[in-house]
Design a protein around this ligand. Structure first.
Ligand SMILES: [Zn+2]
Length: 114
């Protein structure tokens, strides 16, 4: 792999993650957003960019707003859908498949699947 200690990578303005570089690129502003779960997200924007009113929380996917005291309400889904999404989040696809297979096996064994 090598040490990777060469000077390359310190070019000013190279790369999309240039915010840690010396501030010679376009000035950036950091804006805090809070979602309904009170996760704080602080994306940075070019100072001449339009700052969106809401930002998707990277942790839970809910919309986040700039007002900590009044984050946007989570989108209202049907309860069943929300529950299903919750279950899906808790169980990976692999687990879901295992559960299904377990149920099928119980069926094959002539037992009640649930
Ligand atoms: Zn969140």
């Amino acid at each position: 792999m090598g040490s990777g200690n060469a000077i390359r990578g310190s070019r000013v303005g190279a790369g999309p993650m240039g915010e840690a570089e010396r501030g010679e690129a376009a000035p950036r502003v950091r804006v805090s957003f809070w979602c309904a779960n009170m996760h704080e997200t602080r994306p940075s924007f070019a100072s001449d960019a339009a700052i969106p009113e809401t930002w998707d929380c990277p942790r839970c996917g809910l919309p986040a707003g700039q007002d900590e005291a009044a984050p946007p309400a989570p989108p209202k889904n049907e309860p069943y859908k929300t529950h299903l999404a919750y279950v899906k989040e808790r169980r990976s696809d692999k687990d879901g498949k295992a559960i299904l297979e377990e149920a099928l096996e119980r069926l094959r064994n002539n037992k009640s699947p649930w």
